[in-house]
Design a protein around this ligand. Structure first.
Ligand SMILES: Cc1ncc(COP(=O)(O)O)c(C=O)c1O
Length: 421
């Protein structure tokens, strides 16, 4: 049996299609994934949006190696360690909204679960009956039950629908409807929390929206004393021009969820940051007021060391320049594509994110028939892009060069040119 046959036999991959064949990776370096069969693939989506600074970045690798000389992991209840303290302090200092503490967990979904549980318990501790949670249509916040509950009720969670808690959804913030809708909901319900992906909904198809509309929503939330949870799992760490997307609004969230780029793509780690208002409601010795939540690998020291090294790189002037360059190249490419007559419903960018929505005369959807075709076309050109149905997006590691980026642009141009619609 070949290694790939063993993979098919024994390993259950995410979003697995029965008997699908996966590509066997030998090594990865910089923006490249090297396959066992000798091919060298450009990682155009930062391996599911986690790998900010390229694979095997020496600074992050060394930080992990250094930490390994001391200890790999210890219980985080009753014990603590410098990597977690150092990271928490630095995150609080660079996050918007005057964040006071960081609660560590394992991934994006758990950072959202933690945030949701905190908002619910916040009102419980205050002895105020506020139970309604509001989210945005199209949202994706992860695959655990709380995260699924606040996400769009589409094909991804049909089997689980009866088990998801009730959430009110407002229209995608592209016009005034969502503002008036949100206002009505807040006026007529005891809304506990509003959760949103600031500026861009990732999995929904890199749907970008105006910070001004988000600002209006946050003003309403503030008026009705609704806790605001910004899910920056995807948008965090420089993806959207600012370091965090929440910086683009004057009103800041009470809670921010982080993961993905947090460790630069090295190790799984989730972080939920809270402001003083949230913290105050948990400063109690009464058992029922304590936040009784914890994961075995909470604040894993290797992950915290990687995250600190990744944050330092992200905060450097060099990395800021890289992000600005990518944003500029995207704009130039958009102007070029707009001069062509391709069947597109949309082409736009937000910081380092580029998105093109193909019009193939059917509804935009993750299950659009173009998905498989596009994925293969890019792989045939040694580029990893994972289109969301008929939506092509690029979310490159920040260290990509102009020449390498051009390879991706050329491939997109070629693929669009070859489309038979
Ligand atoms: C905005 C957002 N929140 C949460 C998640 C879930 O993160 P994870 O896959 O690490 O559980 C994702 C994943 O794509 C995401 O984009």
């Amino acid at each position: 049996m070949t290694t790939i046959q063993k993979d098919t036999q024994y390993v259950w991959h995410p979003f697995d299609i029965y008997k699908s064949e996966n590509l066997l990776v030998k090594k990865a370096k910089g923006i490249y994934i090297y396959l066992q069969d000798g091919r060298k693939i450009i990682d155009g989506i930062s391996s599911w949006w986690v790998n900010l600074h390229g694979h095997r970045n020496p600074k992050i690798t060394n930080a992990i190696a250094k930490q390994l000389r001391y200890f790999e992991h210890v219980i985080f209840a009753g014990f603590t360690h410098t990597p977690a303290i150092h990271l928490a302090q630095n995150l609080c200092q660079c996050l918007p909204g005057n964040m006071k503490k960081i609660f560590f967990s394992d991934n994006g979904s758990t950072s959202v679960e933690v945030a949701l549980k905190m908002t619910i318990q916040y009102w419980h501790n205050k002895k105020i009956k506020k139970h309604t949670i509001v989210a945005i249509e199209g949202a994706y916040h992860g695959d655990t039950f709380g995260a699924m509950s606040v996400a769009d009720r589409g094909s991804f969670n049909i089997p689980f629908e009866p088990y998801l808690f009730d959430v009110l959804f407002i229209p995608f913030p592209e016009n005034k409807d969502s503002i008036s809708n949100f206002n009505d909901i807040c006026k007529n319900n005891n809304v506990a929390a509003f959760i949103y992906e600031p500026i861009v909904q990732g999995s929904a198809g890199m749907r970008i929206y105006d910070a001004k509309i988000l600002q209006k929503l946050l003003e309403i939330a503030q008026k009705y004393e609704v806790l605001c949870v910004a899910d920056e799992v995807m948008s965090g760490f420089g993806r959207t021009q600012t370091l965090f997307a929440s910086q683009q609004c004057d009103i800041k969230p009470d809670i921010i969820c982080l993961s993905k780029g947090l460790t630069g793509g090295y190790l799984p780690l989730g972080a939920t940051a809270v402001n003083e208002k949230i913290l105050l409601q948990f400063q109690s010795t009464a058992i029922e007021n304590i936040f009784l939540h914890g994961h075995s690998y909470t604040a894993n020291p290797l992950a915290c060391a990687a995250a600190m090294a990744s944050l330092q790189i992200t905060l450097s002037q060099n990395c800021a320049n890289q992000r600005n360059d990518i944003a500029e190249w995207h704009s130039e490419f958009i102007a070029y594509i707009n001069s062509k007559n391709y069947p597109l419903k949309r082409i736009e960018s937000c910081g380092t994110i580029l998105v093109l929505e193909i019009d193939n005369q059917v509804d935009t959807s993750y299950f659009n028939s173009l998905r498989e075709y596009l994925y293969q076309e890019f792989l045939n050109r040694d580029i990893l892009l994972r289109p969301l149905g008929n939506i092509i997006y690029v979310l490159p590691p920040y260290c990509i060069t102009k020449k390498e980026m051009k390879k991706i642009y050329n491939a997109i141009d070629e693929v669009l040119d070859g489309l038979k619609i």
